[in-house]
Design a protein around this ligand. Structure first.
Ligand code: SF4
Ligand code: SF4
Length: 297
């Protein structure tokens, strides 16, 4: 983060269903109430659901496309160079039968095959990957959603576009990160200043947390952990955090009231002000590295 710039916090979890969006939406609501100029970006482009909690008003929309090759079989001499250049196995190539075909759903639009072809047999066409949409609900708060078209293999281009659309005047940007630790998560975390990992005290929660932590170590990103549904499961997650000296920023106890509120699309902080205070404390702990006094309200 540059001095005076946007502080970007990614809220992530190794797997779905641990409460990542519950935390991101409630943290965003907390910051909105504190009067910050804040944006939440739904980077979970294959299954975005953040907007459902806020019902904001649509402001703008952009289609994200990439360039996919089109092979002219009349000009092709079946040299195979494009097939060799394609790292994504997106070119179906059977020279003995004079068949060559681009599999658009596998193509990443990298342009390597077009560059490789010396016979002018490859041109390109734009293919839609999905939509990035901007919303607002109040003067200082904005929402951005990345949403892939069905069948698109990688949401990375949409995530990059969505994050690039954040207004530079934004004080705090929350990213609701894609689940897992593969490319979409990495691309989101790499653009954040801090990653808030949400886990649960179960063997599955711990296993996914370990993978997320290893990935973030490689990215050299600061991170901390919220344990959701504390009180269920076992104590292994706590031992792991202690061994690795990973900051435990908050425990949210399992509560039927929270579960019922979240599953019915409510912002739980609205009926549980104590949770709002706790999330604000987490936020202040995160900001300690970035000049805490700028964020005191
Ligand atoms: S653009 Fe890239 S991914 Fe797509 S077919 Fe060509 S080399 Fe493969
Ligand atoms: S590089 Fe060009 S000429 Fe060679 S197989 Fe591919 S499309 Fe055909």
């Amino acid at each position: 983060m540059t001095k005076g710039g946007t502080l970007k916090i990614a809220v992530a979890s190794g797997k779905g269903g641990t409460g990542k969006t519950f935390v991101s939406t409630n943290l965003f609501h907390t910051l909105e109430k504190k009067g910050f100029r804040a944006t939440i970006t739904d980077c979970d482009a294959e299954a975005p659901n953040v907007m459902g909690f806020f019902n904001p008003e649509k402001e703008w929309q952009e289609e994200v496309t990439h360039q996919v090759p089109v092979i002219d079989a009349e000009k092709c001499v079946f040299c195979g160079k494009c097939y060799e250049y394609c790292e994504y196995q997106a070119i179906f190539y059977l020279p003995e039968m004079k068949i060559i075909k681009v599999m658009e759903d596998l193509c990443q639009g990298c342009g390597a095959c077009t560059y490789a072809c010396e016979y002018g047999a490859i041109t390109e066409k734009a293919v839609s990957l999905g939509l990035v949409t901007g919303y607002k609900s109040a003067e200082k708060t904005r929402f951005i959603e990345a949403r892939t078209n069905i069948g698109v293999m990688s949401p990375v281009s949409l995530i990059k576009k969505a994050i690039s659309k954040i207004d530079p005047e934004t004080e705090i940007a929350i990213f609701d990160a894609p689940p897992g630790t593969s490319c979409p998560f990495i691309q989101t975390a790499a653009r954040a200043d801090f990653v808030l990992l949400v886990t649960e005290p179960t063997p599955f929660g711990l296993s996914d947390l370990r993978q997320s932590v290893e990935t973030l170590k490689q990215l050299k990103k600061p991170y901390g952990v919220i344990i959701n549904r504390a009180g269920l499961g076992d104590k292994e997650v706590y031992s792991y955090l202690s061994q690795e000296a990973i900051p435990l920023l908050l425990e949210i106890p399992f509560s039927r009231e929270i579960a019922a509120g979240y599953t019915s699309g409510q912002i739980v902080c609205e009926t549980m002000p104590a949770l709002e205070d706790q999330l604000y404390s987490v936020f202040l702990k995160i900001t300690q590295e970035y000049g805490n006094s700028n964020y005191q309200r």
